[in-house]
Design a protein around this ligand. Structure first.
Ligand SMILES: Cc1cc2nc3c(=O)[nH]c(=O)nc-3n(C[C@H](O)[C@H](O)[C@H](O)COP(=O)(O)OP(=O)(O)OC[C@H]3O[C@@H](n4cnc5c(N)ncnc54)[C@H](O)[C@@H]3O)c2cc1C
Length: 160
């Protein structure tokens, strides 16, 4: 756990802290740090290695997120959304084909994901949501609106 924390802390000090204020003022995300986030195991640390994860425990996940948060809350959101709201549901509720297709690429940062729960009229109250989908035979038609979705501007996949 100390090693995991140190590695994350050193990386944040080197790669995030020096640049983040400038990016924040310009309202931009520093996409060049995505590879480094993957390298320190920030994407799905507790996902088993067979799916590209780091095979660490949840304490390690917490320590990595704490160190990233120390540098910047937005960067931590990017990593924890990818880990807890995109990789976890695919690992827990997806089928084997979906796990193999998405998890290794999400762990390496080749794919970025977002999670769309919150809606303009009903916030994050799932019971009131109006977004819905229809099975159109050869595709699904998704109708609705979401807001406040972290990573959405550059995400390759969305869990809705
Ligand atoms: C930086 C940021 C990133 C985000 N990223 C994501 C994301 O990636 N994906 C996503 O889906 N969402 C995301 N969100 C949205 C976030 O999940 C919601 O903003 C949050 O869950 C609260 O919902 P809301 O803003 O609609 O507040 P509301 O649900 O409207 O709640 C407002 C206040 O009213 C209270 N309240 C609400 N309903 C009741 C009730 N029935 N009785 C009593 N009190 C009540 C709540 O406790 C709260 O204090 C993000 C938000 C931020 C700020």
């Amino acid at each position: 756990h100390k090693l995991v924390r140190e590695a994350a802390r050193e990386w944040v000090k080197r790669e995030v802290s020096p640049i983040i204020e400038d990016y924040a003022q310009r309202a931009e995300f520093p996409k060049q740090i995505i590879k480094g986030l993957a390298d320190i195991g920030a994407f799905g640390p507790y996902i088993p290695e067979e799916y590209g994860g780091a095979g660490l425990d949840h304490i390690s996940y917490g320590l990595i997120m704490q160190e990233i948060e120390r540098g910047d809350s937005g960067v931590r959101s990017t990593a924890s959304v990818q880990s807890s709201l995109v990789m976890y549901p695919i690992w827990k509720y997806g089928n084997e084909e979906q796990r193999m297709k998405y998890l290794p690429k999400l762990a390496s940062g080749e794919f970025m994901g977002c999670f769309g729960l919150t809606e303009p009229n009903y916030g994050s109250d799932p019971g009131s949501m109006i977004t819905n989908f229809k099975d159109m035979g050869n595709h699904y038609l998704l109708n609705g609106a979401k807001m406040w979705i972290s990573n959405a501007p550059f995400a390759d996949i969305a869990i809705v």
